[in-house]
Design a protein around this ligand. Structure first.
Ligand SMILES: O=C(CO)[C@H](O)[C@H](O)COP(=O)(O)O
Length: 227
């Protein structure tokens, strides 16, 4: 049985010390990299050059979350650079399937993300083209926001399809994940938990990763897929 996966979000890290901040969470499953373009979301973070440098600085697989417009243009280079996952937003493109195929062809896992207000039903048919569904549990753009529990219905719906064998992908959640919220998300069938402030705001980020993973492991749902 695979363990619950924890993906610390570098949005809450010190951007001047990213290599050290990656080292500080050495036991994490993935390092979640928030790419924001100040258009799709009202914040600006980092882009491909920083991801290329991070790839040289850490062995942790990079989970690149593109909160950007025009992912068809910008997503494949992250895959070519060596990112493990390249996730883009359903709301940012009219043709998510071709973006997913381009990401996979460039050698990465493809992820689809949905904002809290975006229903999952219109996308269920195309999820077979993806390796990960990233359910946003805050409005994308900023760390440190409160968890929106309503989105767990989307995780439950997709988990049912995975458990019944109709889909094969990881369910990931991002936003407001901490000691108070992670068990509810795990119970809903989430496989991978992104946590920014709960990890990098802790005195010992590596210990925070271990504690969150142990807490998620207490939930009734058990993973069936390896990462
Ligand atoms: O994608 C994000 C925001 O758009 C971040 O990954 C997310 O909010 C993590 O931060 P926190 O755990 O503090 O909520």
């Amino acid at each position: 049985m695979a363990h619950p996966m924890i993906a610390p979000s570098i949005l809450s890290a010190d951007f001047a010390r990213l290599a050290d901040e990656a080292q500080a969470v050495a036991g994490a499953d993935w390092l979640h990299v928030d790419v924001m373009d100040a258009h799709f979301v009202p914040n600006l973070t980092l882009g491909l050059p920083v991801v290329e440098s991070l790839l040289k600085a850490t062995e942790i697989p990079l989970d690149c979350h593109l909160m950007i417009e025009n992912p068809g243009r910008w997503a494949p280079p992250y895959a070519e650079a060596g990112a493990h996952n390249v996730t883009f937003h359903a709301e940012a493109t009219d043709d998510p399937v071709s973006v997913a195929r381009d990401i996979r062809a460039a050698g990465a896992k493809a992820g689809l993300s949905v904002k809290p207000g975006t229903p999952i039903e219109p996308y269920l048919e195309i999820l077979k083209e993806f390796d990960t569904l990233l359910v946003m549990s805050v409005e994308p753009g900023f760390g440190g926001q409160s968890f929106i529990a309503d989105v767990l219905d989307k995780a439950r719906a997709v988990r049912r399809l995975v458990d019944s064998g109709e889909l094969r992908l990881l369910v990931e959640i991002d936003g407001g994940i901490n000691a108070d919220t992670i068990e509810a998300a795990a119970d809903a069938g989430v496989d991978c938990f992104v946590a920014g402030s709960a990890v990098y705001g802790a005195a010992d980020p590596a210990e925070a990763v271990r504690k969150l993973r142990a807490q998620a492991g207490k939930a009734s749902h058990h993973l069936t897929l390896a990462p």
